[in-house]
Design a protein. Structure first.
Length: 552
């Protein structure tokens, strides 16, 4: 009986939480009356919770007034699922109306960068909505025996929804006029409501952990990680030895000469690994793996033999988000033995070689080469094994839950008067799941960097957003890294709210005696704290990497 009561309570809390998470709406003036929805939540079409219940549910949120208003105004039905549907459809309509706002379109016509920013923003908000939709759909699959996977998915997708909204606003940087400020105001309530949804799900997960319900306790590191590596390696080798679904070859010996053509053959809503063998050669094309094109596997003939290369960049007028030589948006993506490159150079500013906006993406034995902003780990869960990433400024950046295992980070010579930062993590919400985790990696520099006089400064990272989170553990750090270790972004921004940690690093650059004294920096965390960022816990590899049968 007790277990049934627990399950019933959990389900009720989760449904109401998702009402708020899905209710990302841009409120119009006077659209709702803050005094409405009072009483005890009884019949007559009112919300099916009492005022006290609403206050209790909104208690863990950062925007309580917004939370309570959003629940109080939804009074057309007492069915929780119908409430979610009504709120969600309203969200789609209002956000699209905001994008089509006449004033914004007029502003965009005056400035090419503003026009591109508005176009970028429209696509990003569509994806933000999509993440809320799949969070809503997840409610119908509630299973107490899979509660950790359940809450991990919800937190990942709602965090990503926040990231997409923030990326939309980032697109307006360096545009003329006040269009960016207008968009910021339009998305203010949306951001608050999405943050509230994340707060509720996080509180819900914490509650379950504290209850110690059998079967859903935290998985410890123990020996799971070793078995994960060995098992995943075998599975990837099996995939690489199977017959590919498509072969790409520049010399015409395959079915296709371009990767873009091969991608057109992936079945809609694909659920099986669709293997595309890309033979040796330099593929000068911009590749986009669309959202919805899922479980695609790229296999090359070696990271220096099979290379996809481009040179799109910010200096020539392209928004950072769209500069990627390869953009991965389809979930379940895997790449091995392949190179991704952006050759724009150090003076062209942001120029992404690889952007990953896909959940449960894996990269094995890949080279990712560029200069500023080489690898954009944009959102969701990502795993990199035995990869090499090179660049100058912020060359690993974004807000994914991204784990790098046995990878090499190679700092290149930047432009004049520039310093180098390996990472620039972009977590906006303090409950967001995003972080950059380096485990057993090598941080080194190319000879052109180390031989330059006077020496060029280089740092482990800097905080791109307010709650930036980066953990470097058991990693070789060479001497060229500045003794302070970390660099500020702009003055005191984020120095008290970031989370930067080091653990059991080695090498001449690993000494933490002269590291920064910021409140958010942890010079040597405990084994228990470090364990939280092991792959089998932080990105919950047991629930997805092993299941794919192909990932590492």
């Amino acid at each position: 009986m007790a277990k049934k009561l627990v399950i019933g309570s959990i389900a009720s809390i989760l449904v109401v939480a998702c009402v708020v998470a899905a209710c990302v709406t841009i409120t119009k003036k006077n659209a709702s009356d803050p005094s409405s929805g009072g009483g005890d939540g009884a019949s007559n079409g009112g919300v099916s919770t009492s005022t006290k219940s609403v206050k209790a549910i909104c208690q863990p949120t950062d925007y309580k007034e917004t939370c309570e208003k959003s629940l109080a105004s939804a009074k057309n039905t007492s069915d929780p699922k119908e409430l979610i549907k009504v709120a969600f459809e309203s969200t789609i309509t209002d956000i699209k109306n905001a994008i089509k706002n006449t004033d914004l379109i007029k502003d965009a016509a005056k400035d090419p960068r503003t026009k591109e920013a508005l176009h970028t923003c429209e696509g990003l908000l569509d994806v933000s909505i999509d993440d809320l939709r799949r969070s809503f759909d997840k409610v119908g699959t509630f299973d107490i025996n899979k509660i950790k996977d359940y809450t991990d998915d919800l937190k990942t997708w709602i965090s990503a929804s926040i990231t997409y909204q923030e990326t939309c606003l980032d697109a307006f940087q360096n545009t003329s006029g006040d269009t960016g400020e207008k968009m910021k105001k339009l998305l203010k309530t949306a951001g608050e409501l999405t943050s509230n949804g994340l707060a509720m799900i996080t509180s819900f997960g914490d509650m379950l952990t504290s209850m110690n319900i059998p079967g859903i306790s935290r998985r410890l590191l123990a020996n799971d990680y070793t078995s994960f590596v060995e098992d995943g390696s075998r599975r990837l080798l099996q995939v690489s030895s199977t017959k590919p679904n498509a072969v790409v070859a520049l010399d015409g010996s395959g079915q296709f000469k371009t990767i873009k053509e091969a991608l057109k053959g992936v079945p809609p809503k694909n659920i099986q690994p669709y293997v595309i063998l890309i033979k040796a050669g330099e593929y000068k094309e911009i590749v986009d793996v669309p959202r919805g094109v899922t479980n695609v596997v790229f296999i090359g003939e070696g990271p220096t033999k099979t290379k996809i290369t481009g040179n799109k960049n910010y200096a020539d007028g392209t928004a950072t988000f769209h500069t990627a030589t390869v953009a991965v948006n389809g979930d379940g993506f895997v790449a091995r033995d392949i190179g991704f490159e952006n050759t724009a150079g150090a003076m062209k500013h942001q120029a992404v070689a690889l952007r990953v906006s896909a959940d449960k993406a894996v990269f094995y034995n890949c080279n990712i080469d560029g200069y500023q902003d080489t690898l954009y780990t944009h959102s969701y869960r990502q795993f990199y094994k035995d990869c090499s990433i090179s660049g100058t400024i912020d060359f690993i950046f974004g807000d994914a839950s991204a784990v790098f295992q046995n990878c090499k980070m190679i700092v290149r010579k930047p432009g004049n008067n520039q310093a180098c930062m390996v990472t620039a993590q972009g977590r906006k919400d303090h409950r967001g799941v995003g972080a950059i985790v380096l485990r057993n990696c090598e941080i080194r520099a190319e000879p052109a960097f180390t031989s330059t006089q006077p020496p060029i400064k280089a740092y482990l990272g800097r905080p791109w957003k307010e709650y930036s989170r980066t953990i470097i553990m058991q990693t070789q750090i060479d001497a060229f890294i500045d003794p302070e270790g970390w660099a500020p972004w702009n003055g005191n921004f984020a120095l008290n709210t970031l989370y930067y940690a080091e653990y059991q690093n080695r090498g001449p650059g690993a000494n933490t005696d002269k590291r920064v004294k910021w409140a958010g920096y942890k010079r040597n965390i405990s084994p228990q704290e470090a364990e939280k960022y092991a792959p089998n816990i932080f990105i919950d590899q047991d629930s997805w990497i092993k299941k794919t049968g192909i990932s590492y």
